[in-house]
Ligand binder design. Structure first.
Ligand code: ASP
Length: 352
């Protein structure tokens, strides 16, 4: 990970690649590149399924967009170049520390993270929980590889940088920008496998829209997270949390036991309906909870809330409320850095 020193994109291009402490008239935005389809290359223009994600460096993408120079003074860092299906807790920690360090610098106005769409919502929510700054952090990516017909990456990148440059993007938390929409990290999710319009917020609706580089917000979230973040500055690893499904004739109890034996500390269950767990699976979880496993219950439905009640709550099952399983996992692993007490973790889930 390093500050780019690549030469300007075109001779007349005004993008500044220097790390400078002087406040420039244009906003200073840093791009942290992690790969994904936005940096993907397919074997032909007509191919949008068979391609390699994370094949190009961020400077190649920026090269195609000299107009960015009018929006912001840019720096960029290639933090990784992966398919986001391979995202790790360790890369999350690297990103979190880097984003906090950058935003603590007075002259930096915002951060854009290029990221594969598959796990973008997880990284976005994790960062929302650990970034202690009112400045904008915007994740973007693409649904089509960079050389596909009608590739969407350049427009998404333009929009993300436009958003991160705007003063009205402050105090909105971490955001996802795809297909001209703005989704909050809290509610946004990938809800289509291939459409360009792949992201939405099933429980809340889009947070906003970007038109010709101008952001329009429909609503904002109560932003306790910038004040009440989880501090990961000194951490080199995160508690181990897995996700299991519940389904007809559920075998996940077997998986739960195996996971616990290899040191998994928390499990999020993508329950059926409003967070129901097959009896065979649930019995194993209850047994493991008595040995210290922490279990959060979400839903596989994709929309709505889960409220664990009465007996199950007394047994220690924790409600993920409106967090989908993958976002609940991000919150649970951070909650486990503070406490292993189910009642306290339930309180944390009630708050975030
Ligand atoms: N598999 C890709 C990734 O998440 C998909 C994408 O970026 O759209 O990296």
């Amino acid at each position: 990970m390093q500050c780019a020193t690549t030469p300007p994109l075109t001779p007349q291009d005004s993008i500044n690649t220097q790390c400078t402490n002087a406040k420039s008239p244009r906003p200073n935005v840093v791009i942290l590149a992690t790969g994904g389809t936005i940096a993907g290359v397919a074997s032909s223009h007509t191919q949008s399924i068979d391609y390699k994600a994370g094949a190009l460096g961020i400077e190649v993408l920026l090269d195609t967009l000299p107009e960015l120079g009018a929006l912001a003074t840019l720096q960029w860092e290639q933090v990784a170049n992966i398919d986001s299906a391979d995202m790790t807790d360790s890369l999350w920690l690297t990103l979190a520390k880097r984003v906090n360090a950058l935003l603590a610098q007075e002259h930096i106005d915002g951060v854009v993270i290029t990221h594969g769409s598959d796990t973008m919502e997880e990284s976005a929510f994790f960062l929302q929980l650990v970034v202690a700054s009112p400045k904008p952090v915007v994740l973007t990516g693409a649904m089509r590889p960079s050389n596909a017909i009608s590739a969407d990456g350049t427009k998404n990148l333009y929009n993300a940088i436009a958003l991160a440059s705007h003063s009205n993007a402050r105090n909105k938390g971490v955001m996802i920008v795809m297909n001209d929409t703005i989704q909050s990290a809290r509610y946004g999710a990938k809800t289509h496998t291939h459409n360009l319009d792949a992201f939405s917020s099933p429980n809340s609706g889009d947070m906003g829209y970007i038109l010709d580089g101008r952001a329009h917000f429909y609503y904002t979230l109560p932003l306790h997270t910038t004040q009440r973040t989880f501090c990961v500055d000194t951490l080199t690893q995160l508690p181990k949390v897995a996700i299991l499904y519940s389904y007809a004739n559920d075998y996940s109890g077997v998986a739960a036991r195996a996971l616990y034996e290899v040191g998994i500390e928390g499990i999020v269950v993508a329950g059926s309906g409003a967070g129901n767990i097959h009896r065979a699976h649930k019995e194993v979880l209850q047994e493991l909870m008595q040995q210290g496993l922490v279990v959060v219950v979400s839903t596989r439905v994709g929309c709505g809330i889960v409220q664990v009640g009465g007996v199950d709550s007394k047994r220690g099952f924790i409600s993920a409320r409106s967090l989908n399983p993958q976002k609940a996992r991000a919150l649970l692993l951070l909650a486990l850095t503070r406490t292993r007490n189910p009642a306290e973790i339930a309180q944390i889930f009630g708050e975030y």
